[in-house]
Design a protein around this ligand. Structure first.
Ligand code: NI
Length: 184
């Protein structure tokens, strides 16, 4: 099934998401549906809060960006109960967008390496270091689990300049090809 994407202004996008247990109902189906929903909207990452679920789960398929970064060749993964334990190395700047904030793209500064703990679909634990575009995408999706949006990470001036656009988006004044849901 394809989930509608929750749009800027939806309260669920501002909540801190919770870890889940191995008995979480229909988890594999949910993950598969999240990948489908992401592909439907041409995204490279999707976090559970963006489909209205306040749980610490996100999916990423970075393979469309393999030309920017060859290490993304096999970077397709679901991260469950994700916790970044360390962010390090130099700050890099990269243009980001978000399915929950249609048609806005802004340069965002982030650390270029992260160490993250998570479990996979079989609840096997992992601790890995990611860098480059992979670290970028993970940090963007991970922020969703903490109720943070990429526009929060812009300078106060950029945020001020975007204010009216964001308010228009929250009211549905935008066009996209994918299914979405506004705050009630
Ligand atoms: Ni996003």
């Amino acid at each position: 099934m394809i989930y509608p994407i929750c749009i800027y202004g939806s309260p669920v996008l501002r909540k801190v998401a919770q870890d889940i247990n191995p008995d979480y109902p229909n988890l594999k189906q949910l993950i598969s549906d999240m990948f489908d929903s992401m592909y439907q909207s041409d995204g490279i990452g999707l976090a559970a809060p963006q489909i209205g679920l306040s749980i610490r789960l996100f999916v990423i398929d970075g393979t469309p960006l393999v030309e920017d970064d060859p290490s993304l060749k096999d970077f397709k993964k679901a991260f469950i109960n994700a916790h970044i334990v360390e962010r390090f190395d130099e700050i890099s700047r990269f243009s980001e967008g978000c399915l929950s904030i249609p048609n806005i793209h802004e340069e965002v500064d982030r650390e270029s390496k992260i160490r993250i703990k998570y479990v996979d679909e079989n609840f096997e634990p992992h601790e890995e270091v990611f860098e480059g575009v992979a670290a970028r995408i993970i940090q963007h999706e991970y922020d969703h689990l903490d109720g943070i949006l990429f526009t929060d990470r812009l300078s106060p001036i950029r945020r001020q300049l975007l204010k009216s656009k964001l308010s228009a988006i929250s009211k549905g004044k935008f066009s996209t090809d994918y299914k979405y849901k506004l705050a009630k």
